[in-house]
Structures are given as structure tokens and as C-alpha cells.
Design a protein around this ligand. Structure first.
Ligand SMILES: NC(=O)c1ccc[n+]([C@@H]2O[C@H](COP(=O)([O-])OP(=O)(O)OC[C@H]3O[C@@H](n4cnc5c(N)ncnc54)[C@H](O)[C@@H]3O)[C@@H](O)[C@H]2O)c1
Ligand SMILES: O=P(O)(O)OC[C@H](O)CO
Length: 328
């Protein structure tokens, strides 16, 4: 197939490599000339995926028309805060038969939309599917066995996109639970910040296991209130992605949390991590959704207080522990 990958950060580049290795014709688009030159000249994403060769067959471009026209599938891989502007930029070149695959994990501030809803808002005539799950770019780019899930309401579209991405090292499950898949993928980032804070404070495995378990209870409660199936949160885009992001050395959300737990400000932590930390952008939207759907989300509330209101991480953990007694 002819495929355009829109966004050449870690994830867009890793997926472009995977798709090219699967035999597809891939064009990788970036908005930035310097990034395109680096990818083209070095055939490597020097900053984000050092040591991983970008196959010669992948075309690199900054031209939207070249990345979009004639492609059967477009993979949207820019960080979530740029998904709307990028979809708008591409819109004039996009035809209604092209399948759009969103791989960004986040919620839009203001609208509180998931990324599939954002893309659908800009391009209402297109089919938009979502790819999510425990899949760090650093490992996918090196062909390390990985499983993800693709969600769409249309069975046929899921089956088509599964075939496009599947390889001996990349197993793709299908789902019809779009909202469940997207809420799992975006909210795990907020819990990973909390898990990182706990690690940064020097707390132990018990604390992190508690944050992950009760964090998943929060994600699942909100997701179900928004129409998701509870079982989805036991899957790859639920507990699977939560495990990888709360425990991996590759996780930016966890690393950002660790730095904050060690005393860095949010700005200092973001500057140190350098790559996108989606949980920071999704945390406020998650809390607003919790209020809108009248769902209790104490961990996500404390993450917001630490990130945006100067609360000390130690005090946040104390306040979580001191809440009224509950039944699990
Ligand atoms: N990295 C992973 O392992 C991974 C895995 C699964 C999902 N994701 C998701 O994929 C999305 C992208 O993450 P990433 O890891 O590739 O991020 P990244 O930090 O590696 O990449 C950022 C890239 O975004 C692009 N960009 C920056 N500003 C832009 C703008 N104004 N307009 C258009 N493009 C712009 C640039 O090309 C830049 O390289 C995120 O939502 C992330 O949660 C990432
Ligand atoms: O684990 P993080 O914080 O780097 O997030 C990246 C992806 O969502 C992992 O699936």
C-alpha cells in the first residue's frame, strides 16, 4: 500500500520503519526542514532513535501534498496538542476514501475530545481508526516483539489496518471499543506521572503497585461512564499500556514524574525529558471529564495539584493515604 506517516518524532519514525519493512511504500512527513534534513542525510533519527537505520525506501518530505496525495492510509503521529492543527493543514489534500490512523495518545484541552474525535471533527467524512497499546518506539524500531490494538466501529476497516501493520514482531489485535481504547491510552500517561513521582520520592514497589492498581480503577470508572466497556481496560490499551509506561526506562511520563518527585519544577522536568510528555497535557482534561461525568479520580486530582498548583509530591501522597476508608 501507499502510506503517509504524518509526524516524524519517535513514534512516527518507528512506525514508518515497521511499515516499510512490511513492504509498503512509505512517505514520512515532518513540519520542520531541519528534522527532514537530519532524517534524509543521516538516515537515522539521531536524537530520538539513535542507531536505528531508516530504510532507503522511506521518502522524507516537508510537503503536505507529497505526503498525503495518492496514499490509501495516513498515520497521524504528531503529539496530541498538534493533532488538530496538523489535520487542518492536511485537510485540503485529503480525500474521503483515505483511512486515517491515529496513534497519538491524549485529550484535547478545552473540547476534552480524544484524538479520534479531534480528527473526526476536522475530517468528518473519513474513517478514523486508533492504534494504541504498550509500544515504545525505541523497541518497535528495533523489531522487539510488541502487541497493540486497533479500534474502529467498522469491522472491515479494523481487518484492513490489522493486515497493514502486522508482522512477525508486531501483533495487532482488533477492537470496536474506540472510546475505551483511547481513554486507556491517554489516561495511563497521567498515572505514569504519579508512578514516576513515587519513584522519585524514593518510595517502593508497594506504592507504585497501589498507584497503578487504583489508577486503573480511576481510568476504568471514567471510561465506563463515557460509554467504554470495562473489559477493554484489562487489555493492551488498558493495563498493558499502564504496565509499560509505569515501569519502563523508556517512558517519558514516568521520567518526568521521577524528576518532579526528586524536586524539579514541571518546567525543569519537561526541559530535561525533551520529548513529548503527553500526561501533562491530558491531566487537566482528565480532571474536567471526571467532574463532567461525576466520577471520583483522586490520583488524577493530586497529579493536577502537583503539576499546576505547586503542591508538594510528598503531601499529595499523604493526602491520598489519608482519604476516608473505602471498599475495593
Ligand atoms: N514514543 C513512543 O514510544 C510512543 C508510542 C506510542 C504512542 N506514542 C504517541 O505518539 C505521539 C507522538 O509521540 P512521539 O514519541 O513521536 O513524540 P516526539 O516527542 O518524539 O516527537 C515530536 C515530533 O512532533 C513533531 N512536532 C512538533 N511540533 C509540531 C507542530 N507544531 N506541528 C506538527 N508536528 C510537530 C516533530 O516532528 C517532532 O519530532 C504522542 O501522542 C505519543 O503519546 C508515542
Ligand atoms: O511511556 P511514555 O510515557 O513514553 O508514553 C509513550 C507511549 O504511550 C507508550 O505506549
Amino acid at each position: 500500500m501507499n502510506i503517509g506517516v504524518i509526524g516524524s518524532g519517535s513514534w512516527g519514525t518507528a512506525l514508518a520503519i515497521l511499515l516499510s519493512n512490511n513492504g509498503h511504500q512509505v512517505t514520512l512527513w515532518t513540519r520542520f526542514r531541519e528534522e527532514a534534513e537530519m532524517l534524509e542525510n543521516k538516515r537515522e533519527h539521531v536524537k530520538n532513535l539513535p542507531g536505528v537505520r531508516i530504510p532507503e525506501g522511506i521518502r522524507i518530505t516537508t510537503q503536505v501534498q507529497e505526503a498525503v496525495s495518492g496514499k490509501e492510509i495516513l498515520v497521524f503521529a504528531v503529539p496530541s496538542q498538534f493533532t488538530r492543527s496538523t489535520a487542518e493543514l492536511c485537510k485540503p489534500a485529503i480525500g474521503k476514501d483515505q483511512i486515517l490512523v491515529n496513534v497519538a495518545k491524549g485529550l484535547e484541552e478545552g473540547t476534552l475530545y480524544t484524538m479520534q474525535e479531534v480528527i473526526n471533527d476536522v475530517l468528518p467524512e473519513n474513517r478514523v481508526v486508533v492504534l494504541s497499546g504498550p509500544s515504545h518506539a525505541e523497541e518497535v524500531a528495533r523489531g522487539i516483539p510488541t502487541s497493540v490494538v486497533i479500534a474502529s466501529h467498522q469491522e472491515e476497516t479494523v481487518l484492513t489496518v490489522q493486515d497493514v501493520f502486522m508482522s512477525e514482531n508486531f501483533r495487532v489485535y482488533g477492537s470496536h471499543d474506540l472510546i475505551g481504547i483511547e481513554m486507556g491510552g491517554s489516561l495511563k500517561n497521567v498515572i505514569a506521572l504519579a508512578a514516576g513521582v513515587s519513584d522519585g520520592l524514593g518510595y517502593g514497589d508497594n506504592t507504585k503497585a497501589a498507584l497503578m492498581t487504583r489508577g486503573m480503577a480511576e481510568i476504568s470508572r471514567l471510561g465506563v461512564a463515557m460509554g467504554a466497556k470495562a473489559a477493554t481496560f484489562n487489555g493492551l490499551s488498558g493495563i498493558g499500556d499502564l504496565i509499560v509506561t509505569c515501569t519502563s526506562m523508556h517512558s517519558r511520563n514516568r521520567r518526568c514524574g521521577i524528576l518532579i518527585g526528586q524536586g524539579a519544577s514541571l518546567e525543569e522536568a519537561l526541559a530535561e525529558v525533551k520529548m513529548v510528555v503527553e500526561g501533562v497535557y491530558s491531566a487537566k482534561a482528565a480532571l474536567e471529564l471526571a467532574h463532567k461525568h461525576q466520577v471520583e479520580m483522586p490520583i488524577i486530582e493530586q497529579v493536577n495539584l502537583v503539576l499546576f498548583h505547586g503542591k508538594s509530591p510528598r503531601e499529595a501522597v499523604f493526602d491520598l493515604m489519608e482519604r476516608d476508608k473505602k471498599f475495593e
